[in-house]
Design a protein around this ligand. Structure first.
Ligand code: FES
Length: 583
């Protein structure tokens, strides 16, 4: 392959500020002009001769999960300078989960494109990606995977827990639990207001094993962070030391040209899937991992992932599958403890950003100690992986359920469908006293898939009808083509593929149909004859959503289904290399 100035694999003598010169037809002039401008900011030639380390600054007033960004950037810069590099921070867009409508997922691919193109456009020998809130780490890894530079991930870190009337609370499993109590009239307006002040005790990402914590663990399992990079909370000195070390390692990977394709290998993705299953991780982790792997030309084999799950127990006792919070996971040794426990199931020869393998890093790590948050494999929280993959005529392309956070009594269940055609229909009727619904029914929500809503919002955690909540009902089987927050819990079937908005069978479910869920058989079936479904499809053909212009048009025209990571089709390489995991 020929080299060009924007090629990350260009010759080593094209480095630092000489990379990716603006094309005026005279390379010497381009460099002369660039240096003249940056010297306007006070840089000397000595500084400009160093390896350049880009640092993505994703701080935003709309993203309190990144509220420690100034301190993190400062610590990364210190690490870069100590190792002889030149740190240059630059902004990309930032996505705060509860501040981005219609849903943060709608913007993940946009952030990945922003990240990829700014990595390509600007001169840097390596990049430090700083992210934390749910969609930011996946977006950064997707963008960096496509850009191909040496890259290292820094996680912002989790928030601290709070205390409500003597009980430890944290976002956002407890947000849902207390809101459920309020809906059921178990607590009053004064108490719910009090809880609201306690759920988020500091800046940082959600304090349970939600999507942000899941992606932090996945990033470390992939080998993309320094050892121990996933768990330290946002406001701790440990987090700042991780940031400094990240800056130092960034200079090393810049000098050694350790490009991201040597880290994000098939073995790394298989390790990440094991970790996703063993932490009882967010169901969103599958979608994001699929998208990141897709950028590297790997296709996730959902059936093989399910086989991995049958032999990978949940070991981490964190909410929503267990009891504790991220600060406790950190105190228990974090990913080092977990990876040691999973050791025989992992590819310990997978390379990490330090230039050493995962196994070599575990040998260098501090010795194990007694703790009660990360269980041994002989005494798991849940005997199988947290996520099971379902199939059946309702989901020909697959669906998933977080079995570790579901009600065991509902995992083998047949019931009558109570159907909502979309989010507006749900909002209009779910709390109506006239709603014809019983605790044994199955709630079905359509049109919240990648194209349907659009953006596949986290509305799959369908609220229990108020009249049932008041009767003390705590869980029901719920089915949709959307996602749910990693902090949510319940017997909830998600990611039904293909989605209803493009003509998937879910779109033809009607009130009163019988549906069977069998997690043990990995089955989700609509008990309606195929001829009847074909008749309904002919009677009510779908109109696939479109838009006239802008990002919405790009999104609706090119977004893929959940089994392809909800990435844009044109951002994936034309040909997948291989399927992972190989189990
Ligand atoms: Fe940002 Fe949960 S809202 S991590």
């Amino acid at each position: 392959m020929s080299s060009s100035p924007s090629d990350p694999k260009q010759p080593a003598d094209v480095a630092g500020m000489s990379r990716g010169l603006v094309n005026y037809g005279d390379a010497g002039f381009s460099l002369f002009l660039r240096k003249a401008f940056i010297k306007g900011a006070g840089y000397t030639d000595t500084a400009l001769d160093r390896p350049v380390i880009g640092i993505t600054d994703t701080g935003s007033g709309y993203n309190p999960c990144h509220g420690n960004m100034p301190q993190l950037v400062e610590a990364v810069q210190r690490g870069v300078m100590l190792a002889g590099g030149l740190p240059v921070k630059f902004p990309t867009i930032s996505i705060g989960e509860s501040f981005a409508q219609p849903t943060s997922m709608y913007l993940r691919n946009l952030m990945s494109m922003d990240t990829e193109e700014m990595l390509r456009a600007q001169p840097m020998d390596a990049v430090v990606l700083i992210g934390g809130c749910d969609k930011t780490v996946p977006a950064q890894l997707m963008g960096a995977a496509s850009a191909g530079l040496p890259a290292i991930q820094l996680i912002t870190g989790s928030m601290l827990t709070g205390s409500h009337r003597g009980e430890t609370v944290g976002a956002c499993t407890d947000c849902r639990r207390f809101w459920g109590k309020y809906r059921a009239d178990e607590i009053d307006a004064t108490e719910i207001a009090d809880v609201n002040n306690q759920l988020v005790a500091s800046v940082g990402t959600c304090s349970v094993m939600g999507t942000a914590s899941t992606m932090a663990c996945i990033a470390e399992a992939l080998g993309m962070t320094v050892p121990g990079g996933a768990a330290p909370p946002a406001v701790t000195s440990a987090r700042m030391r991780v940031a400094e070390e990240t800056g130092t390692v960034a200079v090393q990977i810049a000098k050694s040209r350790l490009t991201i394709d040597r880290i994000l290998t098939a073995k790394a993705f298989e390790n990440a899937m094991r970790v996703l299953l063993a932490i009882g991780g967010s169901t969103n982790g599958i979608v994001h991992l699929t998208a990141i792997a897709g950028r590297m030309g790997f296709e996730i084999d959902l059936k093989a992932l399910d086989r991995l799950g049958r032999e990978t127990p949940v070991l981490v006792d964190l909410k929503p599958s267990g009891q504790h919070y991220m600060e406790h996971f950190h105190a228990a040794g974090g990913m080092t403890t977990l990876l040691r426990e999973l050791g025989p199931l992992l590819h310990l020869d997978a390379l990490t950003v330090t230039g050493r393998t995962l196994g070599e890093e575990l040998e260098r790590a501090p010795p194990p100690f007694r703790q009660h948050v990360i269980r041994p494999r002989g005494n798991p929280i849940y005997p199988q992986g947290g996520i099971a993959v379902l199939e059946g005529n309702l989901a020909p392309g697959g669906a998933i359920i977080k079995q570790s956070a579901a009600d065991p009594k509902l995992m083998e269940h047949e019931g009558r469908a109570v159907v909502f055609e979309g989010l507006a229909d749900l909002a209009a009727r779910i709390d109506s006293d006239d709603l014809d619904v019983n605790a044994d029914d199955i709630l079905v929500l359509k049109n919240i898939g990648p194209k349907g809503a659009p953006g596949m919002p986290e509305a799959g955690y369908i609220p229990l009808p108020r009249k049932l909540a008041r009767q003390g009902v705590k869980d029901m089987v719920r089915i949709s083509d959307g996602r749910m927050s990693g902090t949510a819990f319940g017997t909830i079937v998600l990611h039904v593929t293909p989605e209803s908005a493009i003509g998937g069978p879910l779109g033809y479910v009607r009130n009163g149909d019988r549906i069977r869920l069998s997690v043990s058989k990995r089955e989700i079936s609509l008990l309606v004859p195929a001829e009847e479904l074909a008749r309904r499809a002919k009677e009510s053909p779908v109109t696939v959503p479109t838009a006239e212009r802008g990002y919405r048009k790009l999104f609706l025209d090119t977004v893929t289904q959940a089994d392809q990571g909800v990435d844009f089709d044109f951002l994936r390489p034309p040909q997948a290399q291989e399927r992972v995991p190989k189990a």
